[in-house]
Design a protein around this ligand. Sequence first.
Ligand SMILES: Nc1nc2c(ncn2[C@@H]2O[C@H](COP(=O)(O)OP(=O)(O)O)[C@@H](O)[C@H]2O)c(=O)[nH]1
Ligand SMILES: [Mg+2]
Length: 363
Amino acid sequence: MSVDIGIIGLAKSGKTTIFNALTRGKASTENLTPNIGMAKVPEPRLKMLADVLHPKRVVSAEARYVDIGASVKGMAKEQTIGGELLNRLSSVDALINVVRAFTDERIPHVDGSLDVERDITTIDLELAFSDLALLERRLERINISLKGAKPLERQSFIHEQELLTRIKADLEKDIPIREQELSPDDARAIANYQFLSAKPLLIVVNIGEDQLAEAVSLEAELNSRYSRPKRRLITLCGKLEMELAQLDNSDAESFRTELGIKEPGLERTIRLSYELLGLITFFTMASDEVKAWSIQSGTNAVKAAGKIHSDMERGFIRAEVIGYNDLVKCGSLAEARKKGLLRLEGKNYIVQDGDVITFLFNV
Ligand SMILES: Nc1nc2c(ncn2[C@@H]2O[C@H](COP(=O)(O)OP(=O)(O)O)[C@@H](O)[C@H]2O)c(=O)[nH]1
Ligand SMILES: [Mg+2]
């Protein structure tokens, strides 16, 4: 299972361009249908593990990007396309909002002028509208259900009604759900609704090549104004990143050095998305294959096993675990075993970032 990230933003903001940069894709920017692409999650530790463990194959974790191919503006109102797009977006884990900052007279801005703040707000409002519409529909249904409800059902309907009413009131005060103070129980109770404003949001400000010199300072300034809980902002030159993504690594690397870009745009984007989502990486070694996996920080060993295969979760016996740093220091699995650094952990062990795990299970 991969991490799913949806790319949204106003028309002509550079969504498809950025999609291509992230997935090393070649989707036409004329294309108005959804683009879906996979990207390997950059993980420098994999190379080191390959040197120590000598597997036949090394497999990265993957992220899936969906460029819905249309603006989300008006999505909540236009029920026809809204419904289909909404379904697609509802299931993603995080959103990227592409905001235009590049100037190009041949490509007029849909709202007439460049205005990063206005465009951020426009999309925030669209996400909130969509959630409000869903909340209203659900609250109406609860009202109807309450009429014929048995006492036990009543209790849970009333509880849900109270929770949704509170969320709606905050949303109407322009507080997106991701910034609302919800208890873990409440968050779990609404998870099924897949509210858009509850999803972590990475705002990608798409700058022009002429703005590269100020990219870092601009990003710091914009972040101080717009970063919030589960919301961050980066500047990226979409067009350039798309071109660099088509080159082989060493060529791209030397261009980046020349241009003063420290980290490839696609690496930064996924790194920050991971941070926003609270994801960590663990590794498995089995049948000559070292593999990276992404899980929510705080996941226990049995659930982590379930990420790989449901049989492993069901038949879980133990996990044999060693931290990445320990393994690399030892230089080999045999040496680590000799030093007693391989630990046996049970179901409730909380998996740590960088753990190298072999699951023992019954089938
Ligand atoms: N000059 C310049 N043009 C860009 C940049 N990013 C995207 N474009 C152009 O803007 C147009 C719209 O981009 P596209 O990715 O299709 O936007 P979308 O409608 O949001 O998918 C295309 O002609 C792109 O080539 C950029 O950083 N600089
Ligand atoms: Mg597009």
